[in-house]
Write a new protein. Structure first.
Length: 320
């Protein structure tokens, strides 16, 4: 069975075709994925809105993302298959809902709800159309702290980032069954974008005395934190492939924003082909063959794309 995003044509032809499609696209109209599938790319969204924070469902059949298409940021779901798929709205209303995270069984979405004043709270709701009507608050911000970036591990433990509003720092915490938090000491000044894996929790962080972002790996059982890469300064938004071999992350290369894919076994790097100039926030599919990410077409217009990283033979594409 061929990949949904099989690419048998030269990459430059694919990028040229995509650019022509962008020029001819009517604003706000979503382009069919079939236009992109022959070039290794697929569009999940193609609107004039800001669409961000894409994450795959555990079964690989859906992608959750946040979009401001209704004026404020809400959560949406779209089928991860070719064709002009119409997303369905999960949440709506008060506040901005971002950073969705799937529960391991795929039945729930935890997310950050930013309330007026910029305070972050952690909510959870069913992963279905209008599931936001059943949303409930797990952690509520107060005058001392706020919460963001929820993430589940494979065992169903829910983590998030707790920001101390008094001393202006943040830490990784685990949300307990009684909706309180268990602080996980990291010894880092700021952390964000936790991504639990069977190998540990991948974090973006800035250490005390050095405000350059880097990528770290935290072992919750042994309470050990270490740099994931020896040369990760200036890198952020790291995420491991399901088999732990590849690390995708953001970095500035030659003055441009890039999504870098590093083979941790071979210690080699490749760069995700750039569609429009500012790709970021890669997320692996459960099978480890595809990456979804966002790219900024212009100010206020950000869309979600999928790129097929591994061929049917399990070999990386030539990205550079």
């Amino acid at each position: 069975m061929k990949s949904l995003w099989q690419n048998d044509l030269p990459l430059m032809l694919g990028l040229t075709a995509i650019c022509l499609l962008v020029i001819s696209c009517v604003g706000g109209e979503q382009l069919p994925w079939s236009y992109y599938q022959n070039y290794g790319f697929s569009s999940v969204t193609f609107t004039d809105d800001m669409n961000c924070n894409p994450v795959w469902s555990p079964d690989g059949k859906r992608i959750a993302f946040s979009s401001d298409r209704d004026g404020s940021f809400d959560l949406w779901l779209v089928e991860a298959r070719p064709g002009n798929q119409q997303p369905v709205q999960v949440t709506s209303g008060f506040g901005d809902d971002q950073h969705p995270a799937w529960s391991p069984d795929g039945r729930r979405l935890s997310f950050t709800r930013w309330l007026p004043g910029g305070l972050g709270n952690i909510y959870v709701c069913p992963a279905e159309e209008n599931g936001g009507t059943q949303a409930r608050c797990l952690l509520e911000a107060d005058s001392l702290r706020q919460y963001s970036d929820p993430a589940y591990d494979l065992a169903g433990n829910l983590y998030c980032v707790e920001e101390d509003l008094y001393w202006n720092g943040s830490r990784l915490v685990r949300i307990t069954e009684d909706n309180s938090t268990e602080c996980l000491f990291l010894g880092l000044a700021f952390v964000w974008h936790p991504k639990p894996t069977e190998h540990g929790v991948v974090l973006s962080a800035m250490v005390k005395g050095n405000m350059t972002p880097s990528i770290w790996l935290f072992d919750p059982e042994r309470e050990i934190t270490k740099p994931l890469l020896a040369d990760s300064l200036g890198c952020w938004l790291g995420t491991l492939s399901p088999d732990g071999r590849y690390l995708a992350y953001n970095a500035r290369v030659g003055g441009s924003m890039k999504i870098v894919v590093r083979d941790l076994q071979q210690n080699t790097v490749q760069y995700l082909p750039c569609l429009f100039g500012a790709p970021e926030g890669a997320s692996w599919s459960p099978c480890g063959k595809h990456l979804c990410f966002v790219d900024r077409l212009n100010e206020g217009q950000i869309n979600v794309f999928v790129y097929t990283f591994l061929s049917e033979k399990g070999e990386p594409r030539a990205l550079n």
